[in-house]
Design a protein around this ligand. Sequence first.
Ligand SMILES: Cc1cc2nc3c(=O)[nH]c(=O)nc-3n(C[C@H](O)[C@H](O)[C@H](O)COP(=O)(O)OP(=O)(O)OC[C@H]3O[C@@H](n4cnc5c(N)ncnc54)[C@H](O)[C@@H]3O)c2cc1C
Length: 439
Amino acid sequence: MTTVVVAGGGIGGLATALSVSAHGHRVVVCERGEEFAELGAGIQLAPNGMHALDRLGLAGTVGRIAVPVEELRFMDGVTGDHVVSMPLGEEYRRRFRNAYVVVHRGELYRTLLRACQDSDLIELRASCPVVGYEHGGDEDAPGVRVLLGQGRVLTADALVGADGLHSAVRAKVVGDGAPRNAGITVYRSIVPMERVPEDLRHRSVSWWTGPGRHFVHYPIAGGRYLNLAPSVENRPSETFSGLPVPAADVRAQFAVLCDTARRLLALGTDWKAWVLVDREPVREWTDGRVALLGDAAHPMLHYAAQGACMALEDAVVIGELLNCPPRQFGARLRQYNASRRERTARVHRLARDSIRLWHARDADARARNETLAAMSATDLYDYVAWLHGARDFAPPSGSAEGTYTLAGYLGPADSGGAADDPAAPHTLGGSLELPEQQR
Ligand SMILES: Cc1cc2nc3c(=O)[nH]c(=O)nc-3n(C[C@H](O)[C@H](O)[C@H](O)COP(=O)(O)OP(=O)(O)OC[C@H]3O[C@@H](n4cnc5c(N)ncnc54)[C@H](O)[C@@H]3O)c2cc1C
C-alpha cells in the first residue's frame, strides 16, 4: 500500500492526513511532541476555512463547537470611536456560502484528531521528530527515506513537511535559516465570560487600533470565554513563545488606549507572550516527492487571521492532487506548489499590510478611519471576496490584475523586510497586492 509520511501533527498535518487517506493511501503522522495536543486560545475561521473543513467532512462538527460572529468591528482604540463594522449576517453568509466563526483552538484540534483516530488508514506517532530526509534514489524504490533521528528511518512514497515555523523538512527543501523577527509581541489571555461586564460583551471580533499597537478580542468556546490578544511593536531582540508575563506589564504597554479598551485588558490574567515571526514567501517548496504545507511552507503574521485557514486549504488541495498512483506524486506535488503559491503569498502580504493599517498614528490614523468609515458593507465584502469567498483554493496564476490594497492610501510601504526588496531572489511578497472583486 502507498504510504505518505506527514511530519508534524498540528492543524495542517492532521488535516493533510485526513485528505490524503481519503484517497486510500496509508498516512503516518510523525509528531515531535510527547502527545498530539494543541494549546488553548481562540482561532478565527473565515468561510474559506470552513469550506476546507467541509471538504474534510468536518464543517458540521466544527459548526457545533464554533461561535458564529455577528460582525468584524473596527474601533479607534485611542478615541474610542466606532469606525466601521463588517456585518457577518445573512447577506455575508449568502455571498460567501458559509459563516465566519471563532473556535477554541483545542476544540478544533481535537475534532481533527478524533477524525484521524477513527481512520484505519492513519497512524499517529508521538515523540517522533523528523530530522531530515533522503531521496530513495533508485528506480524500483523512488520514494523518500524519512530520517527520524537515532538512526531510525521510515520509507515512504512521499513526505509532507507540516512541521511548522521551524520546520526541519524546510531546512532541506528551502534552507532559508531562522524565521524573521517581526519586532512585535502578542499577548494572549482567556477570561471567563461571567467576569466580563455586560456592556463589554459582543458577539464580534473587535479591533482596537493604536499607535504601534492594537488589540483584538472575541468570544470562544460557545461564548463561555473572551479571548484577548493585544500586540505591540516593542522590538524584542529575541524570539520566544508562550512566555508568562505579569498583567501589569501588559497593561503598561497599552496605557495609550481608551478607557473601554483598557477595562477589557484589565480583565486578563495569566498572560503569555509570543514574538511574531514570519518568512519571505518562496516560489518553490517541493523537492521531488517532498513538499511543505501550512506554516512550514508559508508562515505569515497572524494579522489576517488566516494561517490555519491556509493550512486547511493546502491540505484539501494536496489530498485531491495525490489521488493518483505514487509514480505521479512528484509532478502532483509540484502542481500543488504552483497552485498555492500566489494565494498564500497574497495573504502573507495582507497580513504585513495590516501592521500599517492598525498601527497608524495621528494623520495616518485619521485618514484610515475616514477611508474605512466611507466603506459600505458591500465595499467591505468586495474587499475580502478573493479571500473569504474562495472555494477551489487554487486560483489561476496572473489573477492579481486590477488590484488595490486598503493600506495603499497610506502611501508606499516602508521596507518590512526582504519582501519589499526587489533584489531578494525567489521571493513573491513585494509584487503582490489584493485582487479586486474576484467573485
Ligand atoms: C497569536 C496567533 C493567532 C492566530 N490566529 C489565527 C486565526 O485566527 N485564524 C487562522 O486561520 N490562523 C491563525 N493563526 C495562525 C495559525 O495558528 C497557524 O498558521 C497554524 O496553526 C499553522 O498550522 P501548522 O499545522 O502548519 O503548524 P503548527 O501548528 O506549528 O504545527 C506544527 C506541528 O509540527 C510539530 N513539529 C515541529 N517540528 C517537528 C519535527 N521536526 N518533527 C515532527 N513534528 C514536528 C509541532 O510540534 C507541531 O505539532 C494565529 C497564529 C498566532 C501566532
